[in-house]
Design a protein around this ligand. Sequence first.
Ligand code: SAM
Length: 349
Amino acid sequence: MENQEPKHVRRIRYKGTHPKAFKEKYKELQPDLYSEDIAKVIDQGRTPAGMHRSICVDEILAILSIEPGQVGMDATLGYGGHSLEILKRLQPGGRLFATDIDPIELPRTEERLRGLGYGEDVLTIRELNFSEIELIVAESGLLNFVLADLGVSSMQIDNPDRGFTFKVDGPLDLRLNPNKGKPASSLLKIVSQDRLTEIFTENSDEPYAHEIAEAIIIKISKGITIETTKQLRDIIIEVLKIVPQDQRKEEVKKTCQRVFQALRIAVNNEFGVLEGFLNELPYSLALGGRVAILTFHSGEDRRVKKSFQHFFNLGLYSEVAPDPIRPSAEECNANPRARSAKLRWAEKA
Ligand SMILES: C[S@@+](CC[C@H](N)C(=O)[O-])C[C@H]1O[C@@H](n2cnc3c(N)ncnc32)[C@H](O)[C@@H]1O
């Protein structure tokens, strides 16, 4: 068996001239091999499959004003884009603790960052919910800065196996950690109509909350389970037949975005863990330490704003962002996923 030629692996086949499905985009999924192709995708204002473009990087770095020797935390490691910029500024002598709850993407990001030369001495990575920040502080001591870039990464959204997108069919899962809790499809089997209406209203201000919840519960009561993203999308399309035809396509898209977001927030208890994290922050930062939080919808932004103001009134923060910072028009044009972002910060007294 010596000197055996490596087996030739045939690249994935796709219909037409360009790959469309996530798994077919073999060039985008191998950025090390196809850097020129990746650059072209980014120039077109798109995010390459399996990658995430970090938002408000310059604004965040300006707020956190990171210096060599500091100790900080990136609570939402994701693709590691923010972490990488932070790491460059922390040396010599600094240390970054980075957490994420996604057991699928976390090892990939860790491998990439370790491959760039960031060893355990400068970068500690933990699979952890940021609501458990006290476990990091027990290891790191009080932090000079904390960053949280809330929500989901492009890798999570674009991977149809995760069920985050209504654009392609996949299991209706929506868990950031698929090893814990129950997928959205299970929630829909046991939830009451009133609770479901509340989830759509409270989590994403859904104007058709009542109608969509009713349509889902009718299906479930007939023994029809909703297991896939397409099944849920089809229910929304059916409900929105009440919308004038010329507005329907756009309305279906926006409603799908809101409904999927509301279910994601419920399945991952996103507001609960955010509040836990916000309550621990003033006790996790060193004197003069700063926290920056990037939010993507009003439910998140409201909670961050309220918490920063609350602890400012108690004298635990010396300064808080007077208004949220928005990404520049240039960034929003280059990366449409930045459009809903709002950045707030606070400084420990
Ligand atoms: C928008 S992405 C972060 C992208 C990252 N800043 C970058 O530059 O690549 C958000 C990440 O936060 C993670 N996340 C969401 N909620 C979390 C939580 N409660 N604890 C830890 N990580 C969480 C998600 O799994 C996702 O990877």
